[in-house]
Design a protein around this ligand. Structure first.
Ligand code: GLA
Length: 350
């Protein structure tokens, strides 16, 4: 029996550290933020022609979409997410019904706060709740969402953003191990310190940036070394790799180590050490992984000029936001947004 209405909310995320590690079976330390995307769903009237269709209204854009439930065709931009979510849930065996969807949110698209993942997660949760489906655990649900992104949007992104959105909790980041599947909360107690994000002003889409190319380079490095993922890399193997694969692999190796160093710094309450790790992560993303841009560099400089103890580009790079750690008394540049860990995605009504 479908429900009469469902409403789901999924937050965006900040990744404290551990960048371009998720698709390399590595480690990351993200948290969910307060801002996110809300999707409401109502069944289309039974017996009407609309019963076999999905209609969607994107409130913030004042745009609409409509397509056949049984065979969504491809479409660009936000419509790709809606059609992909419907198609991938059906493909995974969930019995969907004709639906009217409404989407609204507070996350700027392309700003590096994972508006895409928040949209995918909120769509899936609302559609599943409307279909009265059992709760799907985070890893399988994140995989369905990531298929939306891989197959329908064209970005070969990993599972970091979806898991962060799904598993967020108050006052904690999550240490995610993408090989073992273990997700552990890590208390994020900052006292008078603050974390802020600053938009570089460059909108990015992973489908069109160098993201997919980086992913291919990591796969190539594994092929050369005969290992199944860069998690199996040890430092002695780096010399066997040609440039730029050696640099890409070194970033992944050292970034995984920085995640655990950050967990350690947090457990000691050593926030200056956390700041130094953010700086080291940024240098590596700029020089070894080569995903920075002049605008991201300018945003990092603006944060450091204001007294940040550490700042780094966040997410896939090639645009989006930077993250800064501000000690007491440091000045956040104009436009910076304070961020703190909040609860994960949830069904608000069913
Ligand atoms: C984007 C992707 C994630 C992850 C990060 C880089 O946010 O969606 O899967 O790869 O880039 O860490």
């Amino acid at each position: 029996m479908p429900a009469e209405r469902s409403v789901a909310f999924a937050p965006g995320r900040v990744n404290l550290i551990g960048e371009h590690t998720d698709y390399n079976q590595g480690l990351a330390l993200p948290f969910a933020i307060a801002a996110g995307v809300t999707v409401s769903a109502e069944p289309a009237p039974a017996g009407s022609p609309a019963a076999a269709r999905v209609s969607a209204y994107a409130r913030d854009l004042d745009e609409r979409d409509e397509f056949a439930l049984a065979a969504p065709a491809r479409a660009p931009a936000w419509r790709a997410f809606v059609r992909g979510a419907v198609a991938e849930l059906a493909r995974a065996g969930f019995p969907l019904v004709g639906t009217r969807l409404e989407i609204s949110g507070e996350l700027p698209p392309g700003a590096g706060l994972s508006s895409s993942a928040a949209l995918e997660v909120a769509l899936c949760l609302a559609l599943l709740a409307l279909a009265d489906a059992d709760v799907v655990p985070p890893w399988p649900l994140a995989r369905i969402c990531s298929r939306v992104e891989n197959e329908w949007v064209g970005a070969q992104t990993g599972l970091l953003d979806q898991l962060a959105s799904l598993c967020g909790r108050e006052r904690a980041a999550m240490r995610i191990d993408f090989r073992s599947g273990v997700i552990e909360p890590v208390a994020l107690e900052l006292g008078d310190w603050r974390l802020v994000t600053l938009d570089s002003g460059v909108v990015h889409t992973h489908a069109e940036s160098g993201y997919n190319e980086r992913r291919r380079e990591c796969a190539q490095a594994c092929e050369v070394l005969g290992i199944s993922s860069l998690r199996d890399l040890d430092p002695t193997m780096l010399s066997a790799l040609p440039a730029p694969l050696d640099a890409r692999a070194r970033h992944v190796l050292e970034e995984n180590a920085r995640v655990d160093a950050a967990v350690d710094a947090l457990s000691r309450g050593d926030l200056p050490a956390l700041g130094a790790l953010l700086d080291a992560s940024h240098a590596s993303l700029r020089d070894l992984y080569e995903v920075s841009t002049p605008e991201l560099e300018a945003a990092v400089v603006a944060l450091r000029d204001g007294g940040a103890a550490g700042a780094r580009l966040m997410g896939g790079g090639f645009g989006g936001s930077v993250l800064g750690l501000l000690p007491p008394g440091a000045l956040a540049p104009a436009g910076a947004l304070e961020v703190a860990p909040g609860a994960g995605a949830r069904v608000l009504e069913r």
